[in-house]
Design a binder for this molecule. Sequence first.
Ligand code: ATP
Length: 329
Amino acid sequence: MTDTPLLEVTDLVKHYAVRGGVLRRRIGTVHAVDGVSFSVGKGETLGLVGESGCGKSTVARAVLRLVEPSSGAIKLNGTDITGLSKAEMRPHRRSMQIVFQDPFASLNPRMTAGDIVGEPLSVHGLATGREKQARVAELFAQVGLRPDQMKNYPHQFSGGQRQRICIARALSLGPSLIVCDEPVSALDVSIQAQVINLLIDLQRKHGFSYLFIAHDLAVVAHISHRVAVMYLGRIVEIADKAELFANPRHPYTQALLASVPIADPKAKKLAPMIDGDVPSPINPPPGCAFHTRCRYAMDRCKVERPVLAEAGAKHEVACWLNDGTGRPG
Ligand SMILES: Nc1ncnc2c1ncn2[C@@H]1O[C@H](COP(=O)(O)OP(=O)(O)OP(=O)(O)O)[C@@H](O)[C@H]1O
């Protein structure tokens, strides 16, 4: 890892208009992502965790320029890619790849696995004919598939194997960043660890970075070097993995950790599970978005939005209880 981040996201905002009525007038705004900043170092994995609907996928799509941010900046290797045209984005597209949650939905059922993995090589004019076949066979081997499976169609593979095809396709262009959006959530628990271990091995071999998105903290913990916790469009806490697990400062992170099954029965439970549902992102609560579910909420939390502030070495938390004296409670 070096000091220059591979990916730098600054104040990313993505709002969607909610329209209604016959005239499709704007009747509200979904605050899907509401001022998110983070960086991912070279060879590093940043885990992005949070409940469904908190904006994780929107961050992923905005980073890849699959959706246009409302505001904010995204830098890849020091280049601001936020305002680049389609043509200007082309060389950067090779550097950034994505692995989606549902491998079946992201694979063309009418193409063979070999053609799927080789397609990016053709699109970018990098290899044809025998050279392409050899490269695809090599990619198959790297993800633990047999070269003779290149002729098979997606439905002839298991769920875990289909995700391996998606990973091989993502690897084909030699990316520096792979965004993994819930890559194992659709897989059996027994298969999840195999795919995660494959991703870890590939990173060791190739040195690329992952932005790894999941709602399951246990999954994120296994692969990440650092973890960012999202709640209702904002990052509420970010720290090195070991630090976050040993010393969670935000009440929401504490609640998430308390819900992860722990192997040691004597280990202290940090906090009871939080009650209630995530509020609507159409009218997010003022102040700290978590105050409606937080048992430590003070008057200030209801009106003033906390920003990420230092809470220890390489540890930041957005919570008014963070006065440097320890975790709330
Ligand atoms: N195209 C869109 N138009 C309007 N609202 C959207 C759109 N895409 C996402 N949203 C809303 O933005 C919010 C964040 O969605 P997003 O998919 O980023 O969350 P998530 O944390 O990835 O959740 P999940 O894991 O369920 O996908 C949600 O309330 C969602 O309904």
